[in-house]
Ligand binder design. Structure first.
Ligand SMILES: C[S@@+](CC[C@H](N)C(=O)[O-])C[C@H]1O[C@@H](n2cnc3c(N)ncnc32)[C@H](O)[C@@H]1O
Length: 274
């Protein structure tokens, strides 16, 4: 059975994913994109903006990108078309069923990449083991995930503590780890990498200008009330509508605060495959 993806693919969720680029989401990968012929696998590609950006950086290479959601794969294909990027193939797929895909082979890629995916999997170690097998000797595996407990904001809008506590509860209730970003190196060790082959680092997104706050706080306010997350929170017995409305109002309060600031902390690892 597929993992129970907490957010679903409501417009408020895709608004966040579609903003993502190599520059704002893969700083740890930039130094490895030094060869235009690289082959890259993007696991859990969502609407594919990072995947297409990767493909544009390896014009003589190729990107293969998978996601279990047919709806987002459709959007991703359209995005590639609109950007005129052709060295990319999007496929509906699940990392645990990689053998069903003609385009995925053991030791088949120079780079295997996953952005904000491991936090949604119930068995991230097995996923990393699979991804490791798909990297050719001399290649790399790169993953990045946020750490929800470490997210912070200013001024101290009290309703956002309630947001954080609820998100952690719902994600843990799905048997996934919303704080996996801080232990990606440990997951990589469990998946069989030697410590010397793992580079662990941290990066952040900051939302501070009125435009940035409108984007980030607005999408979380909408997500709280409209997305699959709302259904999971209510049906799981973690929150009622009044609670969710309070959280959405807290996001709007941060958005409207002139000095408002929000930081999303990401753990990222690059693992070398020998
Ligand atoms: C937070 S989104 C990230 C999307 C994209 N990587 C990005 O950063 O814009 C996580 C994605 O992982 C996908 N996903 C969940 N379980 C998966 C699995 N078993 N194999 C591959 N992808 C999976 C979800 O469908 C979702 O689109």
């Amino acid at each position: 059975m597929s993992d129970p993806y907490i957010h679903g693919h409501h417009a408020s969720v895709l608004r966040s994913h579609s903003w993502r680029t190599v520059e704002n989401s893969c700083p740890h990968l930039l130094r490895y994109l030094n060869n235009p012929s690289l082959t890259i696998l993007d696991v859990g590609c969502g609407p594919g903006t990072i995947s297409v950006d990767l493909a544009a950086r390896v014009p003589q290479g190729h990107v293969y990108a998978i996601d279990p959601s047919p709806e987002v794969i459709e959007k991703a294909r359209k995005h590639a078309e609109e950007r005129g990027v052709t060295n990319i193939h999007f496929e509906v797929g699940d990392i645990f069923r990689w053998e069903q895909h003609k385009g995925m082979h053991e030791a088949g890629f120079d780079i295997v990449h996953a952005h904000q995916v491991l936090q949604h999997l119930q068995d991230p170690v097995s996923a990393l083991e699979v991804m490791k097998r798909l990297v050719r000797p001399g290649g790399i595996l790169a993953v990045r995930d946020s750490t929800y407990s470490a997210m912070d904001w200013y001024p101290d809008v009290p309703g956002l503590h309630s947001w954080k506590a609820l998100y952690l509860d719902v994600a843990r209730g799905l048997k996934t780890d919303p704080d996996i970003g801080k232990r990606l190196h440990a997951v990589a060790l469990q998946a069989g990498f030697a410590r010397a082959d793992i580079d662990a680092s941290v990066a952040a997104w900051t939302f501070s200008t009125p435009e940035e706050r409108a984007f980030w706080c607005g999408l979380w306010a909408d997500r709280t009330l409209q997305s699959e997350y709302r259904r999971k929170a209510v049906e799981g017995g973690y929150a009622n509508l009044e609670h969710l409305e309070g959280i959405a109002a807290a996001w709007r309060e941060l958005e409207g605060a002139e000095e408002g600031w929000f930081a999303v902390i990401h753990g990222q690892v690059v693992c070398r495959v020998g």
